[in-house]
Design a protein around this ligand. Sequence first.
Ligand SMILES: NC(=O)c1ccc[n+]([C@@H]2O[C@H](COP(=O)([O-])OP(=O)(O)OC[C@H]3O[C@@H](n4cnc5c(N)ncnc54)[C@H](OP(=O)(O)O)[C@@H]3O)[C@@H](O)[C@H]2O)c1
Length: 241
Amino acid sequence: MTDPDTATENPPASAPQSGRVALVTGASRGLGAALAEALAPAYHVVAVARTTGALEELDDRIRDAGGAATLAPMDITNADAMAQLCRSIHDRWGRVDLWAHAAIHAPALGPAGYLDLKDWEKAVTVNVTATGRLISFLAPLLGEAGRALFFDDPRGGQKFFGAYGATKAAQIALAQSWQAESERTGPRVSILAPRPMATATRRRFFPGEDRGALASPGTEAERLLAAIRGDSGRDPGAIPG
Ligand SMILES: NC(=O)c1ccc[n+]([C@@H]2O[C@H](COP(=O)([O-])OP(=O)(O)OC[C@H]3O[C@@H](n4cnc5c(N)ncnc54)[C@H](OP(=O)(O)O)[C@@H]3O)[C@@H](O)[C@H]2O)c1
């Protein structure tokens, strides 16, 4: 993609035959990167995150597997950049078939009475405000036939999880409203429940735990996609596997 300037694309080894387009927000690592890789055989993946090097490594893995990606190294809280990206997607493809929203800010754990206000504001901005804005940008691109994926982590109300739990709960509540509103009209909105995974977010909360006991993001991506595969509506071949 040449427009916006910040989005880059290398010539794909081979483009997916389906012509389907997936947008993965938070694609540089963890579950988002694993989903991008798992989706790439069937979709052209537009991969959004801030870390350019990690996006380039994802692009290499996708290309090695015969897929194609467009890298969009940008911050999801940058409204202008995200609007420009969505406009470019519209101009090039006219739609998004699947949006997986894995981007998350994991604020430090701590008592509610001692919130780090800067970190709290960042959690609200990334996890809630940007999600609401993205839903409004993506709804017209997804249209009736598209599908959106959100990833629950029900920590709301738990000790020391105030900032993460509250912003995650708000994000998911917003997605649930969109899901209920779209039930008859589409897009199909799914709220999925990943198992504990060995990711940066998990390490921030549980730095000393045995990561060998956690699921890998790759395994979870495959499991979550398998769970929705039978629920692909008018496009039963849409979810790879
Ligand atoms: N890990 C678990 O055990 C677990 C369990 C249940 C649910 N979940 C949920 O699963 C989802 C993915 O979590 P994860 O553990 O895979 O997270 P992760 O490995 O920490 O990855 C987070 C992703 O979000 C991106 N990101 C963060 N802030 C961003 C911003 N401002 N703009 C653009 N991208 C941004 C990061 O990329 P950059 O830093 O490069 O921008 C990264 O790609 C989240 O919704 C999380 O709540 C996780």
